[in-house]
Design a protein. Structure first.
Length: 133
């Protein structure tokens, strides 16, 4: 019985460190996304918040209370939705990049269909989110 408990504890420690690492990696990429137009800032910050929520209350609170990064995701986390302009820009960038990739860069038809299906799924998700002006 003790062996099982020790293994579970070790697994939890590994998962916690994995989630912390993933959270900080997402924050780093999100900061790059502020300057690079095709790297999505908000989804990466939301992923970081989810990782921190499951691994560290301290870092989750730090991200939510951060003066620059926190406001970007605060409304979404509180259920207030996303700005209309952000939704429009996200949809345009998604479809420009997916259609460009599907038509000009991906030669295999099933992969083209998969890209378009992913774009449709993400678009449906964005369209179902509450919108604020």
């Amino acid at each position: 019985m003790k062996e099982v408990e020790q293994k579970t504890t070790a697994d939890c420690g590994f998962i916690r460190w994995f989630l912390l690492t993933a959270g900080f990696l997402c924050i780093g990429l999100a900061i790059l996304g502020i300057f690079l137009p095709l790297l999505p800032t908000i989804p990466l910050l939301l992923l970081a918040a989810a990782c921190f929520a499951r691994s560290s209350e301290r870092f989750h609170r730090w991200l939510i209370d951060h003066p620059r990064l926190g406001p970007m995701i605060g409304d979404y986390l509180e259920g207030a939705g996303i700005p209309r302009r952000a939704r429009i820009v996200a949809l345009i960038l998604i479809w420009v990049s997916i259609l460009t990739s599907a038509l000009f860069l991906v030669p295999i038809l099933p992969l083209r269909v998969l890209l378009i299906a992913i774009g449709a799924g993400v678009s449906l998700y964005l369209l179902r989110l509450p919108t604020r002006d």
